[in-house]
Design a protein around this ligand. Structure first.
Ligand SMILES: [Zn+2]
Length: 852
């Protein structure tokens, strides 16, 4: 049994807190093992709150003293908090507690990372700092005084008095405790400034450890672009005199949007051409934007309770996706996002961890920072925008900001602004928030007398706790093409609301070729029987870039499934279609690179499982190798020319156009390596002056089981750069041949630089293995056992990262009895670990389900 009480919390049990808070004053006297936190909280009764005892959250705190209105009290302490008798009217609660940041390895609350103090309070970390109503609907203004000999002392809001040994900060905007932040350390600032649309100057700083100051310029540019974009597109200005970002090496998540003091995993902010790939640059830009956008969607308007997490996350992900599309390419961004959605969210939605975008219960909220809440949450907003149109979306958002600024709001509040703006009834649409599972959308068509009819059926499979589902509102974007390739009907949105529904198009001279679910207009699985010829036609002619790519992806999947289930040879139509894509000089190289990429092993495993075939991970790996080899041979005359044509001259730029060329060059290099034994890759490795091309070349070599010399030289070159060394670890476990993957990963865990308590390093090595599908699922079970051993070890130090990584086992039902037995055995071994955390216990129990 887990050490902490496992109590399930329900959305339906929500009640308001007993008091409001008119102000909070905090003083921190920092010390690694004996930090003193003094709090002074001004409480006022909430007349609308139901009868309840006065309760403040608090965990792992040593209470030194507590006072109410200056009178010492002896409150009742439990494992989860404090109760006390309080006056009927307003009162001041004061407490002094002692905490030990240095021994806090969970990285929640106040902790230390390489001699620097930092905090992570979302979702429930503030209760590990002091006694407080640690819930998002209790908002207050904070005054903070930090006392320490360290040179840089930061907290939220605007800076106040400071001198040797202390600094004061004042945040005028009421906020919940999860947005509290504090940083103290020997840091260097990269500084800049931004003038808002209304003419207010904002000081901008990115704080890093000495030595990293040359890796801040890109992040700073991204921040300024984000600030401008939110003004231009959403009309939202920044609202403090200063905006600080701090880079931290030990961090469970990507980054955190604390008011005015964003704290970032250093991997999500530090960038330079020599050490970061194009993918890193794009991700960093997106995350900086995401955290900045939270200032309005999350901070100014926060969530009433954690069941509403998607209110801030779904919307902010949607906004950062729009931003990246505007900065780079909407087509490429959409394809990338759908690849991620299918890999993470569809997998979650089709397994034991399926849950609605707005869950109705949880044991540990940290376990609900999921692809469903974030990515499907963003998809739901995209659908809403499609259904109401761009103009109404804009009006609804203006109303949302106007009506709810300063509120802790709910999904119902969010939908109400759309109802009030448009007059639409969104009751049925709201099922996207309450029902889990990915709808299957099947379609058939018919044509006669100039009329073309599309017949749709929707059904959503059962998910844990939700055996039966109602029909959803599904916006289906459809365009029609003539057999000569012309578009005869531009994209229109068909609004499906019934379980079965037909839509007709009249006045057509010939039977059209339909392009259905353009731009992936809804997060559903489209099931349509279609010929290879038609797919190849759409890959060549579709005017919708997403569906153009999707046609190629469907061809690749069908080819692989036929190879795996019917022993079919490689489909030559698919190879010809790829050649046509590569020859088409009108296409964006980034798009061509995406078209050349094959579906992942995990994707094929799920596809087989969906059609009732038990996937064999090794057979899938082999089929993908065979297909890649066939593609390389089929395109061999074309490859050297494309490789040369996409060479980027001049100084490195992380912008979309050169990055797209490098992506295509890298995809082509992968194919060339299968023909030349790695000669070209070795040459690229030696010549590379940027990490994108160096890493590409190394990856190409590892994929063909070469590259040992380069791995060694890479290690020597980058031994001092922890973020680059994460890549070195991840590449080896991730790309190892399946039979060797567990052994190689085990060797990596014995490397002197394997700091298992650092989440980035742990994820690189062990996460590399779990992403290496055939390696993780090797028949001897070595991959399962190694990962389980390490999860058990990590859980004692860092429950949050352990629980998140345990999802590697969530696909156990797909596989054969032997693998199922081995995975269940490891899950039960983790579950039976003495003193297992609440986080991991909940996760493993859900993954096992009731039938294991
Ligand atoms: Zn977020």
């Amino acid at each position: 049994m887990p050490s902490t009480t496992e109590q399930t919390i329900y959305l339906s049990d929500y009640k308001e807190f007993s008091h409001f808070i008119d102000g909070v004053e905090l003083t921190f006297q920092l010390s690694p093992t004996k930090t003193r936190v003094k709090s002074k909280i001004h409480f006022r009764p909430n007349p609308k709150a139901p009868e309840q005892a006065f309760f403040l959250h608090g965990e792992h705190l040593k209470l030194i003293s507590a006072h109410i209105d200056g009178v010492k009290i002896s409150p009742t302490l439990t494992e989860t908090g404090l109760t006390a008798e309080v006056p009927n009217g307003p009162f001041i609660f004061e407490a002094e507690v002692e905490i030990s940041p240095e021994t806090n390895t969970a990285l929640e609350g106040l902790y230390m990372s390489n001699g620097m103090y930092c905090t992570q309070c979302e979702a429930e970390g503030f209760r590990k700092i002091t006694y407080y109503p640690d819930r998002p609907d209790v908002m207050a203004t904070f005054k903070v005084r930090v006392e320490s000999a360290l040179p840089v002392l930061l907290s939220n809001g605007n800076s106040g008095t400071s001198d040797e040994g202390f600094a004061e900060w004042h945040d005028p905007w009421p906020k919940p405790a999860y947005l509290f932040a504090l940083v103290a350390g020997d840091l260097i600032a990269h500084t800049d400034s931004f003038t808002t649309k209304s003419g207010k100057d904002v000081a901008l700083n990115i704080y890093v450890r000495p030595g990293d100051e040359d890796k801040c310029a890109f992040g700073m540019g991204a921040l300024k672009r984000s600030m401008r974009w939110d003004e231009d597109v959403y009309g939202r200005e920044y609202d403090l005199d200063i905006f600080n970002i701090v880079a931290v090496d030990d961090f469970n998540m990507g980054a955190m949007e604390n008011k005015g003091l964003n704290i970032f995993n250093s991997s999500c902010v530090l960038a330079s051409p020599e050490t970061s790939t194009d993918a890193n640059f794009e991700r960093i830009e997106g995350i900086i934007a995401h955290e900045y956008f939270h200032n309005w969607t999350g901070n100014r308007i926060t969530c009433r309770d954690w069941f509403q997490l998607c209110l801030k996350e779904g919307l902010t992900v949607f906004r950062d996706q729009q931003f990246t599309g505007d900065m780079r390419s909407h087509a490429v961004k959409r394809i990338d996002d759908v690849i991620t959605l299918r890999a993470r969210q569809f997998r979650e939605d089709n397994g034991p961890l399926a849950h609605p975008v707005r869950p109705e219960s949880f044991v540990e909220i940290n376990n609900f920072y999921t692809a469903t809440v974030y990515d499907k949450g963003a998809e739901v907003i995209g659908m809403l925008k499609r259904l109401v149109g761009d103009e109404n979306y804009k009006r609804a958002l203006d109303l949302y900001f106007g009506r709810h600024d300063g509120d802790a709001a709910t999904i119902d509040d969010w939908l109400k602004v759309f109802e009030d703006t448009t007059g639409r009834d969104l009751t049925q649409f709201s099922k996207w928030y309450s029902q889990a599972g990915t709808p299957r959308l099947s379609v058939t068509d018919e044509f006669s007398d100039g009329t073309y009819i599309l017949h749709f059926k929707q059904a959503t499979p059962p998910t844990p706790g939700q055996p039966v589902k109602d029909p959803r509102v599904i916006p289906i974007a459809v365009g029609l093409l003539n057999p000569n390739g012309d578009e005869v009907r531009e994209t229109c949105i068909l609004e499906m609301t019934e379980a079965e529904q037909s839509f007709r198009f009249t006045g057509l001279s010939t039977k059209p070729i339909p392009s259905i679910l353009r731009a992936f207009s809804a997060p559903v699985i489209l099931e349509r029987q279609s010929s290879t010829k038609e797919r190849a036609f759409l890959l060549a002619h579709d005017t919708d870039p997403f569906n153009k790519w999707e046609a190629g992806r469907a061809l690749a999947k069908e080819t692989l499934v036929a190879m795996l289930t019917a022993d079919a040879p490689v489909n030559s139509d698919f190879l010809d279609a790829l050649a046509a894509v590569l020859r088409d000089e009108n296409l964006d190289p980034a798009f061509q690179a995406l078209a050349l990429a094959l579906p992942s092993q995990d994707d094929i495993a799920q596809t087989l499982f969906d059609v009732g075939v038990t996937p064999d991970p090794m057979a899938i790996y082999t089929a993908l190798e065979t297909l890649s080899q066939s593609i390389a041979q089929h395109l061999q005359d074309l490859l050297p020319r494309i490789y040369a044509a996409n060479h980027v001259e001049g100084p490195f730029s992380s912008e979309a156009a050169p990055a797209g060329k490098r992506a295509l060059q890298g995809a082509v290099l992968g194919l060339i390596s299968r023909l030349d034994g790695g000669d070209q890759a070795r040459a690229q490795y030696t010549a590379a002056d940027n990490m994108t091309q160096q890493l590409q070349a190394l990856a190409c070599l590892l994929r063909i089981d070469r590259g040992q010399t380069e791995l060694a030289s890479f290690e020597t070159q980058w031994a001092q750069d922890r973020l680059v060394m994460d890549k070195w670890f991840g590449l080896q476990s991730g790309l190892a041949a399946p039979q060797k993957a567990a052994a190689i990963t085990e060797t990596l865990t014995k490397h002197a630089a394997f700091d298992w308590k650092n989440p980035n390093r742990f994820r690189a090595a062990l996460g590399g293995l779990t992403a290496n599908t055939a390696g993780f699922h090797a028949a001897d079970g070595a991959g399962y056992k190694l990962v389980a051993d390490w999860l058990i070890k990590l859980d004692a130090a860092n429950p949050q990262t352990t629980a998140r990584m345990s999802t590697a086992f969530d696909s156990w039902r797909r596989y054969d009895a032997g693998r199922q037995g081995q995975m269940i055995e490891q899950l039960k071994r983790i579950q039976a670990t003495p003193n297992l955390s609440r986080d991991t216990h909940e996760m493993v129990t859900r993954i096992l389900g009731s039938d294991a």
